[in-house]
Each structure stands twice: as C-alpha cells, then as structure tokens.
Design a protein around this ligand. Structure first.
Ligand SMILES: *[C@@H]1O[C@H](CO)[C@@H](O)[C@H](O)[C@H]1NC(C)=O
Ligand SMILES: *[C@@H]1O[C@H](CO)[C@@H](O)[C@H](O)[C@H]1NC(C)=O
Length: 353
C-alpha cells in the first residue's frame, strides 16, 4: 500500500503524525542484566515503564529473563537468513538496525511483545508472581463443540499478561504520534494476537471407566515455537506501507508490479522501509554481514551459498561432527546411544576483499 503520511496515520489510527526515530535504548536491554536488574539502571525505560518496574519487580525479572527466550526463538526462525537476529552490545540489543522501519524490525517488535505475554502468563500460572495467578475467570461450567465441561486445573491468565504487555511494552510509543510509533504499536499488537491464537483447551476425562461423561478443562498456552512459526509466516507476508512524503495529496500512488494491494489486518506485520541487503558489516544500518556464515552449496534458497554469501564465494572446510548413533532399546525402558564422529564438508561465506 502506497500512501502519504496522513493516509498511513489514518490507517493505523494515529491522529497527528510525523516521522521521528530515536531508539538508542529499549526495555529489551533488561534481558542482559539478569539478576542485577535495578530499575534505575536500565537505560531506555521511559518514566512510566520505570514506575512499573519499581512497582512490579517480580514481573520485571520474568520479562527480563524472557528476553533471551524470544531472542532465541528469533534466532531459530532466522538461522538460515542473511540477517540472523544476532544481538549487539548496544543498549537496545540491535544497534542502528532499529532506526529503519524494516520488515526485520517489524518481526522483532512483534516477537518481543509476544514473548512478554508468554512469559508473564506462564509465570502467573506457575505461581511465581504475587500479582497474578491462574485465570480466575475460568470457573464453573462452560461448553465447547464436544459438549459441557467444568473449568478446573489452572488456565494460563493470558488476559492479564496481554494487559500488562500492552501497558509496559507499548508505553514508549503510545506517547509519540509518528509513523514509526504507529508501526511499532501495530506490530506489538500483532505479536500479542499471535500468542492468543495458540491457546488451546486441554481436558481430562472423568466418569465410569474413562467414559468421559465428565470433563475438566483448562486453557493452556502452546509452545512458543508455534507463535514463532506463525510470526515468521507473517514476516514473509508483511505489508509494506510506503510513505510518500512529498505528495500532500492523499491518493495512493503506483503500486509496484507483482505486489498485491492489501490493507493490513490487525494480525499482519507492517513495515515502512525496505531492508538493507545485510551482505556486509555496516554499523550505520545495523547489518552484521554474512562473512563466516555457514551456507548450503546445493540449495537455491536463502541458505544457499549464492544468496547467503552475496556472490563473494565461500570457503570449504572438513569438520568433525559428533552425533548420537547405534541407539539400542533396553528393557525397560531406556534408550542407550553411542557417540559417533563423522566428517563433513561445511561451507562458509568469504568476507569481502
Ligand atoms: C552471531 O553470534 C554468534 C554467537 O555469538 C557469533 O559466533 C557469530 O559470529 C555472529 N554472527 C555474525 C554475523 O556476527
Ligand atoms: C542443502 O540443501 C539441499 C537442497 O535443498 C538439501 O537437500 C540438504 O539437506 C541441505 N543440506 C544441509 C546440510 O542442510
């Protein structure tokens, strides 16, 4: 979708709009502090976030510990891409990458806000926080397509976690009225929606000889991998909102050929600017480059050496790998394996000369 700034702000429900970007630090930095987390020492918290940090120290520990989980998930999803979600030492973990409203940045905002929901909801139902517990709304009777059931067990308190994520994560952007803040808020929300999508009803059967005439059920979050997979699909189909800053007229201008004209839904990721190619190390754009990355010689995809190494070529090295082998089943019940070494050729992108 191509439009001017006003059109974009209307679309993303922001009243007044301009373009300013400043992301020198972010709450993401909490992830690198571990147990040393002291609210006054986290650069990048805005006032209200700092207040919440002091008010809910337990939740902050959970959010801080959760940072490495969603970063790991991001690195898993991008393991074969040129940009591989590696962090830097900057106070926002990704350096100047965040200055550009790219597709990768859209993914980062969505998975970070999803990560907060996931880790807070989990901590609530595990009873490790004073401020929340299992979802108190899930009590009494209810019904699903298999009939009536009783709420029992502990339902993950996702509503609470979503509210907390909204209050905390969105705080920095909520006060800004610019296109980039609108982009971030939209992607934060898409991330929270992605977690909700994979809530599922888990049930236990009761009744005579397992007849399942009585069921107790609870709502449970799925593995975070499913949220990661889902957001990765959304990343691939992310909607480009291109801002045409010189034109004051609101008419959408030329859509690029082959690009579908699509209005983003609340579940879509949106981005404002095209990505750098991430081929070479460039601190200005936050690109780490692909020198030294492993690539696949025979693949034609993004992990293939042609694409990954950006035409610079690759070096091949014979490396020794260890894996489990000759596994035997022993009665009862264990599986014992040997460690086997084998050698394999691996290919690594050359640096640029
Ligand atoms: C990414 O991080 C890993 C582990 O910290 C490091 O070995 C690798 O060189 C980094 N990759 C790039 C492209 O900087
Ligand atoms: C490399 O790519 C080929 C073709 O896509 C695939 O069959 C093979 O398993 C890949 N090798 C590795 C080590 O991933």
């Amino acid at each position: 979708v191509n439009m001017n700034l006003c059109g974009l702000c209307l679309l993303l429900s922001v009243e007044v709009c301009w373009l300013t970007v400043k992301v020198d630090a972010s709450w993401w930095f909490m992830g690198s502090l571990g147990s040393r987390l002291v609210c006054d020492h986290v650069p990048g918290l805005v006032n209200r976030q700092r207040q919440m940090c002091r008010q809910f120290p337990g939740v902050m520990k959970v959010i801080g510990a959760g940072v490495s989980d969603w970063i790991q998930e991001c690195q898993h999803q991008f393991r074969t891409n040129r940009w591989n979600c590696n962090t830097t030492n900057d106070h926002n973990l990704f350096g100047r990458l965040l200055l550009r409203g790219s597709r990768e940045v859209a993914f980062l905002y969505s998975i970070s806000s999803a990560g907060v929901v996931h880790s807070v909801a989990r901590a609530c139902s595990q009873g490790s926080l004073d401020s929340c517990s299992c979802d108190p709304g899930k009590k009494g009777r209810s019904r699903d397509d298999r009939g009536v059931f009783d709420w029992g067990g502990c339902s993950d308190h996702v509503d609470h976690a979503v509210k907390f994520s909204q209050m905390f994560v969105d705080e920095r952007e909520r006060r800004q009225r610019d296109a980039r803040a609108a982009m971030n808020l939209h992607n934060n929300r898409a991330g929270r929606k992605a977690v909700r999508r994979f809530l599922s009803l888990q049930c236990k059967c009761h009744g005579v000889s397992g007849s399942c005439t009585l069921r107790t059920c609870w709502l449970a979050l799925s593995d975070f991998r499913r949220t990661g997979d889902h957001l990765m699909r959304k990343y691939r189909r992310a909607v480009h909102l291109s801002i045409n800053q010189d034109s004051s007229a609101g008419s959408p201008t030329g859509q690029r050929r082959g690009q579908e004209l699509r209005r983003p839904s609340k579940h879509d990721l949106v981005y404002l600017e095209e990505s750098p190619d991430y081929c070479v190390r460039d601190t200005e754009s936050g690109s780490l480059g692909t020198a030294g990355r492993v690539c696949n010689r025979t693949s034609r995809g993004v992990e293939g050496c042609d694409v990954m190494c950006c035409g610079r070529g690759y070096d091949t090295a014979r490396v020794r790998l260890r894996s489990k082998c000759e596994c035997k089943f022993h009665w009862c019940c264990s599986v014992l394996c040997q460690d086997c070494d084998h050698e394999e050729d691996m290919h690594f992108c050359k640096g640029h000369t």
